[in-house]
Design a protein around this ligand. Structure first.
Ligand SMILES: O=C(O)[C@H](O)[C@@H](O)[C@@H](O)C(=O)NO
Ligand SMILES: [Mg+2]
Length: 382
């Protein structure tokens, strides 16, 4: 069996999620968004799929790298193909991004799973078939009745607990919100949520990513008093030394890095430097499912958890495959949006959650996405 084609289908779908000028998502007016479906096909007619922003898997990336490395190769040689693509990251002057690498690797995993009629999480390890989720809120906003005040965060947290969540992570206010960043408001939101949900719900904070060491220490000390479970990305993750300093000065767990490049290599340096108590990696952010598994193994070897970043089929497959991850990040959530409503191009969610707060992993072959191919065909634009 050999790969015979790598194709991208761009289609539109309605959404009420909009991005602000800093790239953070918030609820907004319904609009038509674009999505790309990456399809890898073999000479025996087998296919694997992944979904990506069209600009990430643009024609230059597909033609100059994906096709060059994959065409004529066996999809079962996934690790060698991934390593070959990694070398093109340097050779491409970094035109081949970590995310692009991730999406083509995810499609390879999906193809392999579909061919073997097995869910990818079983091929990866098969540790569990359900996992507790934490509700990961959207970033704070200035929308009345949304997430515009500490009390509104508290009210939303109560609703999330009623929905079944046993843990909640706040993303607080960041620019372009007019009063952000504001350490006092971050602490007030965390206090309001703790007050609202009581002592038994685990809470985490993921706030403005460019605080100073002093500001981060102030927030961290307040989180310790509120018995928060972890403190995430309060400073620029390019400064590993700042995180080593913060982790040294706080008793609350410091988690990272989330947004830093470097895959499992940079995360090994963070462990060696004592820059985090919990490691972090998401399939999309570290170049795919297999490097995410490498980070999880690294963490396990050092007696650490690896909390997998982000929702979606690929990260969920990793969470289902490993022991040292306590939660699935389900979100991003907002009072104005119904997360349980699948996007138009899927027939059902890949991460349904029961009333006890458990996400049940799909037993469909591959990554488990319940793709509405008819919808995609009728809404294809290129
Ligand atoms: O907007 C962002 O920075 C991301 O969506 C981010 O909020 C979210 O993915 C995250 O940080 N999770 O931990
Ligand atoms: Mg985060």
């Amino acid at each position: 069996m050999k790969i015979s084609s790598v194709d991208v289908t761009v289609f539109t779908y309605p959404t009420r999620r909009v991005s602000d000028s800093a790239g953070h998502s918030h609820p907004g007016e319904e609009n038509q968004a674009k999505m790309a479906m990456l399809t890898i096909t073999t000479d025996e007619g087998d296919c694997g799929y992944s979904f990506a922003p069209p600009e990430v898997v643009r024609p230059h990336v597909v033609n100059a790298f994906f096709k060059k490395v994959l065409i004529g190769q066996s999809p079962f040689d996934r690790e060698r193909l991934w390593q070959d693509l990694v070398h093109w990251q340097r050779g491409s002057a970094h035109q081949l991004t970590e995310r692009a690498l991730s999406f083509v690797e995810q499609a390879l995993w999906d193809l392999i799973g579909r061919k073997l009629k097995m869910p990818v999480h079983k091929l990866l390890g098969g540790f569990r078939e359900k996992v507790p989720a934490y509700g990961s809120t959207m970033c704070g906003d200035e929308l009345k009745g949304g997430l515009s005040t500490p009390d509104e965060f508290g009210q939303f947290a109560e609703k999330l607990v009623a929905r079944g969540y046993k843990a909640i992570k706040l993303h607080t206010w960041m620019p372009p919100v007019s009063f952000a960043p504001d350490t006092k408001m971050d602490i007030k939101a965390c206090a309001a949520v703790r007050e609202a949900v009581g002592p038994d719900i685990e809470l985490m904070l993921d706030g403005y990513h460019w605080y100073s060491r002093s500001q981060a220490l102030t927030i961290g000390k307040a989180l310790e008093k509120l018995n928060f479970a972890w403190f995430e990305e309060p400073m620029e993750e390019e400064s590993m030394a700042s995180y080593a300093w913060l982790a040294e000065n706080l008793s609350i767990d410091v988690i990272g890095p989330e947004s830093l490049g470097g895959k499992h290599h940079s995360r090994a340096d963070w462990v060696k430097a004592g820059a985090c108590d919990i490691l972090r990696a998401g399939a999309n952010g570290v170049g795919g499912i297999s490097p995410c598994m490498k980070v999880a193994s690294l963490a396990e070897a050092f007696g650490m958890d690896c909390e997998v970043h982000g929702n979606g089929a690929a990260s969920l497959a990793v969470v289902g495959a490993i022991r040292n991850c306590r939660w699935y990040e389900r979100g991003l959530l907002h009072p104005f949006l119904d997360y349980d409503e699948p996007p138009a191009y899927l027939n059902s969610l890949v991460d349904p959650m029961d009333q006890q707060g458990f996400v049940h992993l799909s037993m469909r072959p591959g990554l488990g996405e319940d793709i509405n191919f008819d919808y995609i065909e009728t809404h294809t634009i290129s």
